[in-house]
Write a protein that binds this ligand. Sequence first.
Ligand SMILES: Cc1cc2nc3c(=O)[nH]c(=O)nc-3n(C[C@H](O)[C@H](O)[C@H](O)COP(=O)(O)O)c2cc1C
Length: 231
Amino acid sequence: MTLLEASDIRISRRAYIPELISDEKKTALLSIIADIQARSGIRIKLMEDGENCFSLIKSYGMFSGVRSYFALIGNSDDPKMHEKIGYFGEELVLEATRLGLGTCWVAGSYDKSSVSLKLGEKESLACVISVGEIKETENLKEKFLSGIIKTKRKSPEEMSIGYATAPEWFKKGVECAVNAPSARNKQPVIFEYSADKATARVNGNFSFNKIDLGIAEYHFELGSGNKITEF
Ligand SMILES: Cc1cc2nc3c(=O)[nH]c(=O)nc-3n(C[C@H](O)[C@H](O)[C@H](O)COP(=O)(O)O)c2cc1C
């Protein structure tokens, strides 16, 4: 499965088999994380104490069986920290999808104070991503909900300016960005094609919006084959 194919089948998964990830898949994830860390300037830690911060109450009953999750840590001095977290975190999500694992970006419905991390002076925990083997029976509900949510996705035209007259590569980029996850499925990112160039922006300076921006940019680059970010 290619990363592009993974972007097409990925949906958020919130019900997991309550076991640790197999050694083989864990080794693969750790090597992907090492590669991402070497070129991104963000820190990603695979945590295995998910039962603490994703308990029934702490996850508002939305998650079950979470043992593993990625903690995404940035440098608070970096103005692009949240955008980078979104961009490189989504690469990790799609790599995990290729390994057959379920994932869900989580910025709100977990207990941040239960994450047992030692942070450096300038480090900040931006959000986490749950990861694990999918519990299919409970995910029938998830699939149903996601089917409803997917029908509520914006169209490529709604997510961009200049779509109708843009070249094919831009259209493919926006189409891939339509499938990108976003906080509360708000899809706040707008792509613009102008003077032979694509740009992406998001209104407001909220940290979740910036994470959404990075995630959508990653999808755009994957779909279009063209780089629009500078990192
Ligand atoms: C930055 C970010 C934060 C999110 N936070 C949460 C969360 O706290 N709880 C949750 O259940 N889902 C969370 N999600 C998942 C979104 O609800 C989900 O991606 C969106 O509804 C689209 O559905 P899909 O991922 O199945 O395509 C978050 C997603 C993103 C990108």
